[in-house]
Write a protein that binds this ligand. Structure first.
Ligand code: TUI
Length: 315
């Protein structure tokens, strides 16, 4: 059995997090992942606080295992979401797209662990000093809002910069990525895209099919000039974003184009106008599986691989 320090720290069986994905990871996916022994994470995204409260309560109805909520820090009403999470109580909060520093004490006072996503060693060190319990070092292979460094580059550097557990994210969808992350010094992995193509993920079937049909270069980065680059699967909307970039269009044009596009992907499955956030590893995902199959296959195959690795030592 693969056990790492993060397992005892947050009370999970396997060091595998399901990335909190806006409009994609609801209570059903999160509780399914937690029930199998990973850490399921509800993606709060732009949910109103009342909806997030309902999601947390439904997750509690469906699992007695630890689960988390991911919050996006640049939201204007983030304080309301923080208060709602504290009121309801969850095991873990992961944060994205900003500096979690000001919220860490508040969460700790409510006995909630805080695990910020960091795209750099500078933010990693700041988050450790601010009291973060662990970090998620996320490479730009990921879907959604991304930083600039690759997973291979950011994970060992963040591991070297801090003394708290580091979870590797970005471009991981199978046992080889899991073992590679452990080799880089990570204490576990976070996967988003792999969990999009699971039975328990309630996104529109068109989004799942796009992930399953994607090839290696289909997940492209849009919105770079806005300061919030986002990786999505290539479609008409992505091409329109890229066109705005080539014409150096005003930033307001991006906002107009992106309005409602996550809902268009997740709920309506609109292949032309949806923002189908996905990581580059979609190119390797070929079938929809259950959450249990995904997690148990990765863990079991990783154990075999780690055992087999000694074959490279000769003489
Ligand atoms: O947050 C994510 N991924 C996301 S959030 C999201 S929702 C969204 N919707 C529409 C447009 C844009 C986003 C979709 N995907 N991942 C974690 C992450 N955090 N990636 C990068 C960062 C990050 C970037 C800069 C974290 C901190 C940071 O610097 C903050 C600072 O103040 O230094």
């Amino acid at each position: 059995m693969i056990k790492t320090p993060i397992c005892d720290k947050i009370g999970i069986k396997y060091p595998i997090f399901q990335g909190g994905m806006a409009w994609a990871s609801d209570y059903a996916l999160a509780s399914a992942v937690s029930n199998v022994g990973g850490l399921g994470i509800i993606g709060a995204g732009q949910m109103p606080p009342e909806l997030l409260v309902r999601e947390i309560r439904k997750a509690k109805d469906n699992t007695d295992k630890p689960f988390g909520v991911n919050i996006i820090l640049y939201l204007t009403y983030i304080d309301e979401l923080v208060d709602a999470i504290i009121h309801e109580g969850v095991s873990v909060v992961t944060t994205g797209a900003g500096n979690a520093g000001t919220y860490i004490k508040k969460f700790h006072d409510a006995n909630i662990k805080v695990i910020p996503v960091v795209p750099s060693t500078a933010l990693a060190k700041r988050m450790e000093r601010a009291g973060a319990d662990a970090l998620i070092a996320e490479g730009m292979e990921s879907g959604g809002h991304i930083g600039e460094l690759t997973t291979m580059v950011i994970v060992p550097q963040v591991v070297n910069s801090v003394n708290i557990p580091v979870i590797a994210a970005g471009g991981i969808a199978d046992y080889r990525g899991f073992v590679a992350a452990l080799c880089l010094g990570a204490s576990g992995i976070q996967m988003g895209t792999r969990f999009l193509a699971t039975k328990e993920c309630h996104i529109h079937q068109n989004w799942k099919d796009m992930v399953i049909k994607a090839s290696d270069r289909d997940a492209v980065v849009t919105g770079r000039p806005t300061g919030h680059p986002v990786r999505v699967l290539k479609n008409r909307l992505a091409k329109m974003f890229l066109e705005l970039e080539s014409k150096c269009s005003p930033l307001a044009e991006y906002e107009k184009l992106g309005m409602g596009s996550l809902k268009a992907a997740s709920i309506d499955g609109n292949i032309e106008t949806g923002s189908f956030m996905s990581g580059q590893i979609a190119g390797m995902i070929r079938e929809e599986k259950t959450v249990k199959e995904v997690i148990e296959e990765i863990v079991s195959d990783a154990e075999d691989l780690i055992g087999d690795m000694s074959k490279f030592i000769k003489g």
